[in-house]
Write a protein that binds this ligand. Sequence first.
Ligand code: ACO
Ligand code: OAA
Length: 374
Amino acid sequence: MSDKPQGGAGLRGQVAGETALCTVGKTGTGLTYRGYDITDLANNAQFEEVAHLLIHGHLPNQRELEAYRKRLAAKRHLPDALKEVLERIPADAHPMDVMRTGCSMLGNLETEQSFDEQDDHIDRMLAALPAVICYWYRYSHDGVRIDTDLDDDTIGSHFLHMLHGRKPSQLHADVMNVSLILYAEHEFNASTFTARVCASTLSDIHSCVTGAIGSLRGPLHGGANEAAMEMIEGFNDPDDAEEKLLGMLERKDKIMGFGHAVYRDADPRNAIIKKWSHALAEDYGDTSLYDISERCEEVMWREKKLFPNADFFHASAYFFMNIPTKLFTPIFLMSRVSGWTAHVKEQRANNRIIRPSADYTGPEHQDWLPIDER
Ligand SMILES: CC(=O)SCCNC(=O)CCNC(=O)[C@H](O)C(C)(C)COP(=O)(O)OP(=O)(O)OC[C@H]1O[C@@H](n2cnc3c(N)ncnc32)[C@H](O)[C@@H]1OP(=O)(O)O
Ligand SMILES: O=C([O-])CC(=O)C(=O)O
């Protein structure tokens, strides 16, 4: 059980609803999806099994998994109108803005007319959002119009295939799979709560996801994996990292990829992605970025008792897979859409509009002043 002291700010520690989807900091290594431990899932599952678990309530059997995979693979194409919009977005746009626009445009072209259609739209977003980011990235950076309708078995391999123009190695496909599992769900985090607030007004599913994308974009949430990468890239070696980190701590800078709103001693996702980052570093043939990251972990714990969260070793892992830094947060999104939409379904199934109260801190009664007297 997490015993982190919880102040009032940021609704920290306050129960804001119920969920059957996830526990954070309560049991086992501290993170479970519908009762399954994150380590078991990361060691054994395919991301599509986890998405099915979250969205449809149970782990699929072989027949269900094959049908689910087929259904998702059939939804990878992008409508021409969406491609046109993506082609108009400049290369220097923020990729999370591209995702926000892409998701919203999909909602214009394929609007959810009734909640009975929600599962079809969820499948579509899971399948098409990786295509949205890769189509834009490859068009704006390489000048190519990629075919997104590829035959890869999994969402992770499909993404890497579109991005690099070739099928990924088994190691890279495995790491993407684990990464998507680790990022899939995390209870009432900021972006999921955004999705639930939007769902509680009985809005459409694309609005819920588009709003959540905006919340995930920030550096205190999903944007931290990119910010962590920018930081470690600035360190020459472990000793340089230590010296610079100490300076940053002295100046009270925020160290991206460290700390957590709920966990106190460790984020259970860190050990998993750290192990894979090490395997990737060996495969890459240059472990220096991994060594730098490990030194950051040591220094942060020694100096501040702060630990890496899910984002920190993701930075080096993605780097070793030749993924451009600006696409790190969109990968988080491609995964978290499973958790967001599972929460939207849960909210809709037992809905009351989310509308908390505030402590008023403004002025007492003020007399009206005509404009020429102000
Ligand atoms: C997958 C994810 O989205 S995980 C989160 C990703 N975000 C990041 O990595 C951004 C960096 N981390 C942070 O900003 C914070 O740790 C958060 C936003 C994740 C959690 O915020 P909070 O719950 O407010 O943090 P917490 O209550 O533990 O903060 C306690 C103290 O530690 C400090 N602290 C927390 N994290 C960090 C950090 N990464 N670097 C430096 N100091 C930190 C806080 O400033 C605070 O100091 P104070 O008491 O002097 O104000
Ligand atoms: O739970 C949080 O506040 C942030 C987080 O780790 C996640 O969303 O994965």
